[in-house]
Write a protein that binds this ligand. Structure first.
Ligand SMILES: *Cc1c(COP(=O)(O)O)cnc(C)c1O
Length: 481
C-alpha cells in the first residue's frame, strides 16, 4: 500500500496515474457533444449506491473506468458553449496546471513553515489585486474558499470596527438583489433577525442611493448603528453594479464601513474595455473577489481585500502549536494570522500560473468577450417578440422570459418558462438558470464562456420557445378535453 504514497520511490506511479486521469478528461473534452446528458437522480443514484466502498479495486485503470460511470459520463460540463446557467466558468489551462502542482506538493498556507514560497506568492497576488482595485499602500487581504467566506470575513471585520458592541442595534445595509451570504453572515455574526436592511433597487437593479441615504439618516435618528453598507459589483442574477462612487460618499459621510462584493464583477479589474464600470471600488474598506467566477480559475479561488491591513487583526489568534505571538516580532509571515481557515489550499498558485503564462490582459480579453456577447444577446432578445428581457447587461448576464402573444395569463407563462428550463435540462442540449423578477418566473443566461456565440444564443432561445410552446399547446389540449 505504500506504493500509493507520493514520494521519491513512487514518482513514476504518480506520473502514470495522473497522466491516465488527464487522458480521460482530455478525451471527454474532445468528445462531449452536450453540456449534460440529462441523467436523472433516479437513474444515477443506484449506480453510486451499488459501489461498495469497503471493497477497493486496487487498480487505477479500473477505478477510472468506474469513475466514467459514476461521474464523468454524466457530469455537467462548463466548458461546453451551451452551458449558460450559473456563475461557473470554463477554466484556463495554466490554472489547471497550477492546480495539479499545488495538490501534489500540498503546501498549506496557514504558516510559513508549511509553505515558504507559497506564502510569498499569495502575498504578492493579494498586493497585485489590491493595486488593481486601488486600495492604497496599507491594503492587505487573504485568499479564501469563496465569495461566501470573503463576505463573512469582511463583515466580521466591519462588526469589530463598529461603534457599538450592542449586536442588537447593528445594521447591514445592502440592496434587495445582493447575495444571500450577506444574510448568512449576519446570522453567524450574532446580529439580530432584522440586522440586514434591504435597500430597493432601480430599474437597472442597482441600489437606489436616495433610499440608502434615507435609511442611513433614519438609523442615525432612531439609534440603530449601520456597521456596513454592502455594495454589489455584479449582482448574481443581473450582473448589475451598484453606484459605487455615490455609495462611497454616503459611507464617508456617515462613517460606515463600505464593503464591495465584487465576487462576479472582479473580472472588470483585468478588463481592457470596461474597467470604468467598476470605478469607485477603490473607496471600499473591504472587497470580495472570486477569481473562480470571472478570472476563469478552477474552484476554489477567492480573496478578501481590505484597505487597512490592521483591521485583519480581528481574525488573529495565536497558538503555541502553530503561530506563537513571538513570530510576529521575528517577522515570520503566517497567513493564518489573517484567515478564518487554518489548513488552507495554495489556491493562489492557479492565479499565479495564469498571470505568468497569459497575463492579466489575456484574462481581461476573455471577460470582455463575454460582456460583449451579453450585449449582443440583449439586442437579440430585445428585438425578439417572443421574449421579454430585463436589464441591459453591465456584465455577462441576461434575464428574460418567454411571452407568447396568444397567452396573457401570467401563471401560465410562469409555468411554460419553468417547464422549458426543466425540459432543456432533461434533454441536455443546453443548461440555463432561472430566477424570479417581481414575483414572476424568468430564465437566465450567465455567459462566461468566450466560446459561446450569438448563434448558440439564438439556437438555445429557439429550443426554449419550442419547449414552452409544446407545454402551452399541451395544457390548452388539457383544458379543451
Ligand atoms: C457567487 C457570489 C457570492 C458567493 O461566492 P461563492 O464563491 O459561491 O461562495 C457572493 N456574492 C456574489 C455577488 C456572488 O455572485
Amino acid at each position: 500500500m505504500r506504493s500509493h504514497l507520493l514520494n521519491d520511490t513512487t514518482a513514476e506511479h504518480y506520473r502514470r496515474s495522473v497522466t491516465e486521469g488527464v487522458e480521460r478528461v482530455a478525451a471527454k473534452l474532445a468528445t462531449t457533444q452536450r453540456p449534460f446528458t440529462g441523467v436523472t437522480v433516479d437513474a444515477l443514484a443506484p449506480v453510486i449506491e451499488r459501489i461498495d466502498l469497503d471493497r477497493p479495486l486496487h487498480d487505477t485503470t479500473a477505478a477510472l473506468d468506474e469513475l466514467e460511470d459514476v461521474y464523468l459520463r454524466d457530469a455537467v460540463y462548463f466548458h461546453h458553449p451551451r452551458y449558460l446557467a450559473h456563475l461557473n466558468c470554463p477554466v484556463v489551462i495554466p490554472a489547471v496546471l497550477g492546480e495539479a502542482v499545488l495538490s501534489a506538493v500540498n503546501s498549506s498556507l496557514d504558516t510559513w513553515d508549511q509553505s515558504a514560497g507559497g506564502t510569498l506568492i499569495e502575498r504578492k497576488l493579494i498586493d497585485w489585486t489590491a493595486a488593481r482595485i486601488g486600495l492604497g499602500a496599507a491594503a492587505d487581504g487573504v485568499f479564501t474558499s469563496g465569495g461566501t467566506q470573503s463576505n463573512l470575513q469582511a463583515l466580521l471585520l466591519a462588526r469589530e470596527e463598529a461603534k457599538t458592541r450592542d449586536l442588537a442595534t447593528l445594521r447591514v445595509l445592502t440592496s434587495e438583489v445582493s447575495h444571500f451570504s450577506v444574510q448568512k453572515s449576519a446570522k453567524l455574526l450574532g446580529l439580530g433577525p432584522d440586522a440586514v436592511v434591504s435597500i430597493p433597487v432601480d430599474h437597472d437593479k442597482r441600489m437606489q442611493t436616495v433610499a440608502l441615504a434615507r435609511e442611513l439618516a433614519r438609523c442615525a435618528e432612531d439609534g440603530r448603528v449601520p456597521m456596513a453598507v454592502v455594495a454589489t459589483a455584479g449582482s448574481t442574477d443581473f450582473g448589475s453594479i451598484d453606484p459605487l462612487p455615490e455609495i462611497a460618499e454616503l459611507c464617508a459621510q456617515y462613517g460606515v464601513w463600505m464593503h464591495v462584493d465584487a465576487a462576479y464583477g472582479c473580472g472588470l479589474l483585468a478588463s481592457l474595455k470596461h474597467r470604468d464600470r467598476i470605478d469607485g471600488i477603490e473607496h471600499a474598506d473591504s472587497v470580495t473577489v472570486d477569481y473562480h467566477k470571472s478570472f476563469f480559475q478552477p474552484v476554489s479561488s477567492s480573496a478578501v481585500l481590505v484597505r487597512d491591513a490592521a483591521t485583519l487583526r480581528h481574525a488573529t489568534y495565536h497558538a503555541e502549536y502553530l503561530n506563537p505571538r513571538r513570530m510576529v516580532t521575528e517577522r515570520i509571515p503566517n497567513q493564518v494570522d489573517k484567515s478564518l481557515q487554518t489548513t488552507r489550499r495554495f489556491d493562489a498558485l492557479k492565479l499565479w500560473m495564469t498571470l505568468r503564462v497569459m497575463g492579466a490582459d489575456g484574462i481581461g480579453r476573455l471577460f470582455d468577450e463575454v460582456c460583449d456577447l451579453a450585449r449582443d444577446g440583449w439586442r437579440l432578445l430585445a428585438a425578439d417578440p417572443r421574449f421579454d428581457v430585463v436589464v441591459e447587461p453591465s456584465l455577462s448576464t441576461l434575464v428574460f422570459r418567454y411571452v407568447p402573444a396568444a397567452v396573457t395569463d401570467p401563471t401560465s407563462i410562469d409555468r411554460a418558462n419553468l417547464y422549458a428550463r426543466k425540459a432543456l435540462f432533461a434533454s441536455g442540449d443546453a443548461v440555463v438558470a432561472g430566477t424570479k423578477v417581481a414575483g414572476r418566473h424568468y430564465l437566465k443566461f450567465t455567459l462566461l464562456n468566450p466560446e459561446t456565440t450569438t448563434a448558440d444564443i439564438t439556437a438555445v432561445l429557439d429550443l426554449i420557445a419550442g419547449h414552452a410552446e409544446q407545454y402551452l399547446g399541451e395544457s390548452l389540449d388539457r383544458v379543451a378535453s
